[in-house]
Design a protein around this ligand. Structure first.
Ligand code: AMP
Ligand code: ZN
Length: 489
């Protein structure tokens, strides 16, 4: 019944391509994970909502998914190229804390956001520092033919592989102007795969290697962890669109060197068949950054009273390849939409069917009003994960009348699961006034009294109650079609 073939946009070819798994029936996916020197901002979390949706769609299409996400706890410099300090070392020094404690704290914080956004657990979280020996072995294998040593480290010579920079659409001969030259580099785009600790210094994180004491380069880490766990070539590599410019071209060059592969006319030579990138979440004020002091964390949204799934909804409403602008109004609208959807879904989905798979829906859905919806939904997701369209089809399915209730329930449950929207109580989706000067019970009580006053046509009292709430930061909403009575002013 779900006849549409899955098509995904490959950044390497800049084209939509049919998904053809390397191992029949399986899908192996690697996602670049967070650098755990600070809390993730909600832009970072967009990358993982996207990767989660990709995983869920692969499951929906019947593939056995192996998803790996890494945790970068060493090696990511303050500049994506070779300049600057290690982000972890810098934060540890600023806080006078051990890197290991910093990494542990922010990894836990990231995992909390993962759970709050209903992002599924991957098959494996790979921690970069667990793979140091394999990084050294990988570097030893490619060094003789592809690397050279300078005082500051072991460098990868990008001219030794075919088609370097194709992913970024950059040409090495034009040079990458923004990369400051390290003395002795053969090409501007060459990058360190092992960074030696400068003589007379010690780093908190450093290891012995054939090139001296030091630490791995960030790009090396992802090549090693992805190849080690999934095997080259695997199916899909994901990351934010910034990784298309430096990090992923460098991973690809290393993978080509490691596999002794030719040019990138053959996508699998890159180490993965498909490279996918989510576009940025932006603020009107500019690019979101977690190295700046103040930034948008999921916890801030929660503190302002928004359920975290409202942010997931905001992400789903945009195509992952479109830039998405964050605004509090937009978040509020996403929450209303989520609430309308889940409140209605609660009434049609049998709790037992929550999290149902496509197979169940396919088997269950035969009603002539429901099968076209199933097909439309499948076609949307199969079209490079078109979640904005899939959401509207889900809303149609929730609203459809005069159909078999069990079939409708099974269909809605499967659709919710494909988008990662869990059934939730209406109560749980209320805006919670953590930041307001008044408790929820008090608001509810005032609203009940106000309702009674209006029924008695005592508009003076009704207005007084409204003003009282407004003084405490709560705006009363009359006539909301979903019966949502108030919001934080
Ligand atoms: P980082 O922890 O800096 O390595 O970033 C984690 C992930 O978030 C990477 O895949 C980045 O490409 C992605 N990312 C960073 N900023 C944004 C943003 N504003 N919107 C969407 N994704 C982002
Ligand atoms: Zn990576």
């Amino acid at each position: 019944m779900t006849s549409t073939a899955l098509t995904l946009f490959n950044s390497l070819t800049r084209q939509p391509e049919p998904f053809v798994p390397v191992h029949p029936g399986e899908a192996r996916v690697y996602s670049c994970g967070p650098t755990v020197y600070n809390y993730p901002h909600i832009g970072n979390m967009r990358a993982y909502v996207f990767a989660d949706v990709l995983g869920r769609v692969l499951t929906w299409k019947g593939y056995r998914l192996t998803h790996v996400i890494n945790i970068t706890d060493v090696g990511h410099l303050t500049d994506d190229a070779d300049q600057g300090e290690d982000k972890m070392e810098k934060m540890a020094a600023a806080r006078s804390q051990s890197i290991w404690d910093i990494a542990e704290h922010y990894t836990q914080a990231y995992w909390q956001d993962v759970a709050a956004l209903n992002i599924r657990q991957p098959a494996q979280w790979t921690i970069a520092t667990d793979y140091i020996d394999r990084m050294i072995a990988f570097a030893e294998r490619i060094a003789p033919r592809h690397c050279y040593e300078l005082d500051s480290g072991l460098y990868f010579d990008v001219s030794t592989v075919a088609d370097y920079g194709r992913l970024a659409r950059a040409h090495t001969d034009e040079g990458e102007g923004r990369i400051e030259a390290v003395e002795g580099k053969r090409n501007a785009a060459d990058f360190a795969i092992w960074r030696k600790t400068p003589a007379g210094e010690t780093r908190q994180m450093e290891w012995e290697s054939p090139w001296g004491r030091g630490a791995p380069g960030w790009h090396l880490e992802c090549s090693v962890m992805s190849g080690e766990v999934l095997g080259f070539p695997f199916d899909i590599h994901t990351g934010g669109i910034d990784h298309r410019e430096i990090h992923h071209p460098n991973e690809i060059a290393q993978n080509q060197a490691f596999c002794d592969c030719g040019g990138l006319g053959e996508a699998a030579n890159s180490g993965a068949r498909i490279w996918m990138h989510n576009n940025f979440l932006v603020e009107r004020s500019g690019k979101m950054s977690k190295s700046s002091g103040e930034f948008l964390r999921l916890q801030l949204l929660i503190d302002r009273g928004y359920h975290p799934l409202a942010y997931r909804m905001l992400c789903l409403q945009a195509h992952y390849r479109s830039e998405l602008e964050f605004s509090w109004d937009g978040l509020g609208a996403a929450l209303v939409r989520l609430k309308r959807l889940l409140t209605a879904a609660r009434n049609v989905v049998d709790a037992a069917a929550d999290g149902a798979a496509l197979a169940d829906a396919q088997a269950a859905v035969t009603h002539p009003k429901l099968t076209p919806l199933l097909e439309k939904f499948d076609a949307a997701l199969s079209d490079d994960l078109n979640t904005p369209v899939a959401l509207t089809v889900l809303e149609e399915a929730v609203a459809v009348k005069k159909v078999d209730a069990a079939q409708k329930g099974a269909l809605v449950a499967a659709m919710l699961s494909a988008l990662g929207l869990p059934l939730a109580e209406r109560e749980a989706l209320r805006i919670r006034p953590i930041a307001a000067q008044i408790g929820e019970d008090e608001i509810e009580a005032a609203l009940t009294r106000r309702k009674a006053a209006r029924a008695d046509k005592d508009f003076a009292l009704s207005d007084a109650l409204r003003d009282e709430l407004a003084a405490k930061g709560v705006e009363v909403m009359d006539g909301d079609p979903l019966g949502w009575e108030w919001k934080l002013g």
